[in-house]
Design a protein around this ligand. Structure first.
Ligand SMILES: NC(=O)c1ccc[n+]([C@@H]2O[C@H](COP(=O)([O-])OP(=O)(O)OC[C@H]3O[C@@H](n4cnc5c(N)ncnc54)[C@H](O)[C@@H]3O)[C@@H](O)[C@H]2O)c1
Length: 259
């Protein structure tokens, strides 16, 4: 891989395993210093140690008070700047609406909508201030925000009202922030996954997996590596003029109202 991200500093949340791990490996292989954020310390440490460039682990439950701010501060204290933020940490707590508790609905909003908001609010000065200086000097430098969402949040999915509402919230945040930060050359995009083979989908009953696969034109779910390529694209110079978009990385799966 080329060193097109040399000198850049990235935060990837939920990078201890799955899609986030693969995204962190790719960003580092392209030269970026990556802060591997996860609540599971052993996994985060192992991924940070495996990166091609010197990286760092930051361990904490992002929904806990102060952890999002601490993560951003850790990145800036460790590497001196911030260029790329990938909001990927997440999990699904599913159920039909008549069985969804207040706690469950709030938990989905917290990890998928509130955490990205808090991280980006904390990151704002570190992304905006250098951008203002560059603009004054007539230099264009692109920085990147990628919010990981789901087709469920874009098109809906029965049994996932809480998860879908929370991921849909992150799509709205993406669009609004793209309008807010475009002038600073901070690309803000989302990537919507369909079926990716990770821990998150490991418990899917085989019949459900097969059923879903029949709606995927490519005929199967993706590996975490394939999914992370979509994230990498939105972090790379190849996407500098892609802004405020939600990129479906789903093998063509589209779960619309008739799907
Ligand atoms: N796998 C899929 O089919 C699929 C589909 C659509 C969207 N997504 C999204 O992709 C993202 C990555 O999921 P994955 O499939 O790689 O799952 P995964 O379970 O393999 O990895 C998710 C990681 O996020 C971390 N995490 C979760 N909550 C956290 C918290 N509160 N604080 C810190 N870390 C936390 C976990 O510890 C884990 O390492 C999630 O946002 C998920 O909703 C996945």
């Amino acid at each position: 891989m080329s060193q097109e991200l040399q000198g850049k500093v990235a935060i990837v949340t939920g990078a201890g395993r799955g899609i986030g791990e693969q995204a962190a490996l790719k960003l580092a292989a392209a030269g970026a210093h990556v802060v591997v954020s996860d609540r599971d310390g052993d996994e985060a440490g192992a991924v940070a140690a495996a990166l091609a460039t010197p990286g760092s682990a930051h361990v904490g439950d992002l929904t806990a008070d102060g952890v999002c701010d601490a993560l951003v501060q850790h990145a800036v204290d460790t590497f001196g700047r911030l260029d790329i933020v990938v909001n990927n940490a997440g999990y699904a707590w599913d159920g039909p609406i008549h069985k969804v508790t207040d706690e469950q609905f709030q938990a989905m909003l917290d990890i998928h909508t509130v955490v990205p908001f808090r991280i980006l609010r904390a990151a704002a000065p570190h992304l905006r201030e250098p951008a203002k200086k560059e603009r004054a000097e007539g230099i264009e430098v692109f920085r990147k925000v990628v919010n990981v969402v789901s087709l469920a949040g874009v098109m809906g999915n029965a049994g996932q009202v809480a998860y879908a509402a929370a991921k849909g919230g992150a799509v709205g945040l993406t669009r609004a922030l793209a309008k807010e930060w475009g002038g600073h050359r901070i690309n803000v995009n989302a990537v919507a996954f369909g079926l990716i083979e990770t821990r998150l989908t490991a418990d899917l009953p085989e019949a459900a997996r097969q059923g879903l696969a029949t709606h995927i034109p490519l005929g199967r779910g993706a590996t975490a590596d394939e999914a992370a390529r979509g994230i990498y694209y939105l972090c790379s110079p190849a996407s500098d003029y892609v802004h405020g978009q939600t990129l479906n990385v789903s093998g063509g799966l589209s779960v619309g109202m008739t799907g």
